[in-house]
Every structure is written in structure tokens, then in C-alpha cells.
Design a protein around this ligand. Structure first.
Ligand code: LRH
Ligand code: MN
Ligand code: MN
Length: 427
């Protein structure tokens, strides 16, 4: 399905007058506060968040899945869906593939299709957490960390194949989330499983093209419940430091134990120049993969506050970051959910851009705790929605993507094209 751009123009015209009133009011307040509105709009417009190919179908739990219909049945249709999102918000200009869930059979065609929607390929993701039909060895007791060399070799070969797929598509990074771990005390020797994993990583790293990055994702539990090999940011950093310059940590917001201070982790990674990117989602209990910003928007803002500070600091030299959503759950229309997630990410980013850095630094130096909080919360409480809408308007996107999506009955149209029983493959 390809959206008719003139419908977006019509939508923007209908909403233009009320939007202008709200935007002009905000722009006046921001100018009074010495903010450069045009520079803010440029930064907001440039911020692109990649969409994972596995988020386009309704997610499930181990107890069930309630698919919604009209879901993409192939990689081509997944690209079409991301194209739809990008047309609506001009902020989702990349797709991230999980191999072998989404193998590009004919990479030339796939690349052309993506380019027709103005989409790039973000990091490619390997999968050694499931056994595939034709594979020789099982990952039941691990993959890159396995005690048996044959299993490790199989997992290494898979990762190298994923790099090759990525090269064909123009990706520039491989993300490894290693599910390896144990379920019971004593099951494995922690040190040896680390060493085996490092050896496997080194072999994969050796195959990375010069201009590629390797993202090392960490997670404290699930699918294993006693230990995981890459349990936390410290372990991820350790691997990255041992591997070399191209290896960088990846922060998935859902991969922390409750109440972890994620913004401080972000600051530490940035300090070492070792932050690679993000998997955005939100959670109440564990790796819930809920819509970004739906549970703890203030935490998201605080994370972006560190990101903006760290990425603009002349003392630091972290490489450019990769932004991706990693969320999918049981109840919402996945496309609506992704529109909400992108909006939440850009909201937190815009609010963080508003933080008066000089005043904050002064308050910190003078130990003025009250003022420091006031400065942060002043930015956080600013309603930046008209700023985001204006940035969309200037980029040719819809003023209100979600409203447009519903008004034009996009999902109904997808169900008509693909069928009520079209369920996406993947998770
Ligand atoms: C693991 C994870 C990881 C996977 C994705 C499907 O919980 O976050 O990033 O690749 O889910
Ligand atoms: Mn993730
Ligand atoms: Mn996860």
C-alpha cells in the first residue's frame, strides 16, 4: 500500500490554523528563553529512529498471541509498512533486519524497494537463540559460549553470514544479543563461558568490514533465569574493550533490573566512547517491550539529557549513535504503537535539547540541588508537541500521524489487501 501524498497535504491544510496558533505561542516562549527555534527544528527533523522488522506484527507472550490482521506476510510487506510509517512521520527512515526471520532472498530488489520508500538498512541482527530447522547442532546449552566447539563454530558462521547479508543491503553494523546463560547454580563455569564467548566474538569481529560496528547487547535474565553470559553493561563494556574500536555497547531499555539508573550507565558508556546505540521500549516489570514512554517518560528524558550532554561535549568523542525501537506486544495495532514510540522518543529528545546546560552546570558546581532539579524539570515540563508537529510539517510528514492513520483507515486497507488472517512471521 502506498499512501497518496495529497491526502497528507489535505490533512495538514485542515489542521494548519490550529497548529500555527500552538506553534507560534511555543516559539515565542522558547525565543524568550534564548532558544534557537530553527536550530531545534533542524535537529528534531534529522533524528531518525530505525524500525525492527519484528515489530510490525502483533507481539505475543509464551501464553498466546492475538494477531490483528493485515500484518505483513513477507519482508517486502514489512518494508512497505516501514515505508508507510516514514511517509507519515518522516522520522523512521531505516529498517533493522533479524536473520533468519527476514532473509533478503534477492538483496538487489530488496534494496531498491527500500530506497523507493527512502529507507536505509540499520544494523542487522543475528539469531542464535532459536534452533533452525536445518541446523546441525542445538543451542539448548548456548551458542557462542557453548562448551562444544562445533556449536560455537556454527554460531560464528551464522554471524558471519549475517554480516554478508548486511553488506549486500548497505547495513553498517551487526547487533549481537547473546541469549546464552544458565538456569541453575553450578551449571557452568562463569569465567570459562566468558572466555569461550570472547574467542567466538574475536572470530566474528575479524570478519567485520572496516566501516562496520559490532553492537554488544546485554540482558540480565531471560531466556535463562540464573545467569546470562552478557548480563550487564559492565560485561558488555568488557567485551567491547577487549575486542577493539568497532565494538560498542548497546543499551536496550528493557534489559535492566528494576530501578537501575540507566541514565548513569549511558553517561559511563559515553565517557569511554563505547556507546553504540539503543533499543527503545518501556517496561514496568522486566523486558516487557511496551510502547516507548508509556510507563516512565521522565526516565526517558533523563536518558536523553545524558545523551545530549555527552554527544555535544567537546571532551568526549563517542561515535555517532544508532537509534532503534525494540518493542512489540499483545494489544495494540503495531503501526499505531510504532507511531507512538517514535513520537515519545523525539519528545524526550526535544525536551533534552531545551535543558539550559550552562545554568545546570553552574548549579551543579555550586551544589544547588534545588535549582538543578528546577532546570531539568522546566525542560521536561515544556509541551514540545507543537515543535515536533512543525518539524513534521516542514519535512512533508503529517501534522498528526496517528490521527491521519485512523482517518484514512490505513489498517482497514491493509486488511483488505493482505487479509484478516495475515500474521507477520518473527517473534
Ligand atoms: C532480546 C531482544 C534482542 C533481540 C530482540 C528480538 O530480548 O531485545 O534485541 O534481538 O529482543
Ligand atoms: Mn533488544
Ligand atoms: Mn529485549
Amino acid at each position: 500500500m502506498i499512501l497518496d501524498k495529497s491526502l497528507i497535504d489535505q490533512h495538514n491544510e485542515d489542521k494548519h490554523a490550529s497548529h500555527q496558533r500552538r506553534f507560534q505561542a511555543l516559539a515565542a516562549v522558547l525565543s524568550d528563553e534564548n532558544q534557537h527555534v530553527d536550530a531545534l527544528l533542524d535537529k528534531i527533523a534529522a533524528f531518525q529512529v530505525a524500525i525492527p522488522s519484528w515489530a510490525l506484527g502483533t507481539g505475543g507472550t509464551r501464553f498466546g498471541r492475538f494477531a490483528g490482521g493485515g500484518e505483513p506476510r513477507s519482508l517486502e510487506e514489512k518494508i512497505e509498512d516501514v515505508g508507510l510509517l516514514h511517509t507519515l512521520n518522516q522520522s523512521s527512515g531505516a529498517i533493522s533486519l533479524h536473520i533468519p526471520w527476514d532473509i533478503p532472498q534477492n538483496p538487489g530488489d530488496i534494496k531498491r524497494l527500500a530506497a523507493s520508500f527512502d529507507l536505509k538498512f540499520d544494523a542487522v541482527n543475528s539469531n542464535t537463540f532459536q534452533d533452525q530447522e536445518l541446523q546441525n547442532f542445538s543451542y539448548k546449552y548456548g551458542s557462542l559460549s557453548h562448551t562444544d566447539r562445533h556449536v560455537r563454530d556454527q554460531a560464528i558462521t551464522h554471524n558471519i553470514e549475517v554480516i554478508r547479508h548486511g553488506i549486500d543491503l548497505g547495513s553498517k553494523a551487526l547487533t549481537i544479543w547473546l541469549s546464552d546463560g544458565t538456569d541453575f547454580p553450578g551449571q557452568q563455569n562463569f569465567r570459562r563461558s566468558f572466555e569461550r564467548t570472547l574467542d567466538s566474538f574475536q572470530q566474528i569481529y575479524a570478519e567485520l568490514p572496516d566501516d562496520w560496528k559490532l553492537f554488544v547487547e546485554y540482558k540480565p535474565y531471560e531466556p535463562h533465569f540464573y545467569s546470562t553470559v552478557i548480563s550487564d553493561w559492565g560485561t558488555s563494556l568488557l567485551f567491547c574493550q577487549k575486542l577493539g574500536q568497532k565494538a560498542l555497547g548497546l543499551v536496550d531499555l528493557g534489559h535492566h533490573l528494576p530501578n537501575t539508573n540507566i541514565e548513569q550507565i549511558v553517561s559511563r558508556f559515553l565517557m569511554e566512547g563505547k556507546l553504540g546505540g539503543f533499543h527503545f521500549n518501556d517496561s514496568k516489570y522486566g523486558d516487557d517491550d511496551l510502547t516507548v514512554g508509556s510507563i516512565r517518560p521522565y526516565q526517558l528524558f533523563l536518558i536523553f539529557n545524558e545523551l545530549v550532554e555527552g554527544m555535544s561535549s567537546p571532551e568526549l568523542s563517542n561515535p555517532a549513535l544508532s537509534w532503534m525501537i525494540d518493542a512489540s506486544h499483545n494489544v495494540k495495532d503495531p503501526l499505531e504503537d510504532l507511531l507512538q514510540s517514535v513520537e515519545a522518543i523525539k519528545t524526550a529528545y526535544a525536551q533534552a535539547l531545551l535543558v539550559d546546560r550552562k545554568a545546570l552546570e553552574k548549579a551543579q558546581e555550586e551544589n544547588d540541588t534545588v535549582l538543578a532539579q528546577e532546570i531539568l524539570q522546566h525542560a521536561y515540563k515544556t509541551d514540545v508537541r507543537p515543535l515536533l508537529a512543525q518539524s513534521r510539517l516542514q519535512s512533508g510528514a503529517a501534522l498528526h500521524p496517528l490521527a491521519f492513520y485512523r482517518e484514512t483507515k490505513v489498517r482497514e486497507e491493509l486488511v483488505r489487501h493482505r487479509g484478516a488472517k495475515a500474521f507477520a512471521t518473527g517473534l
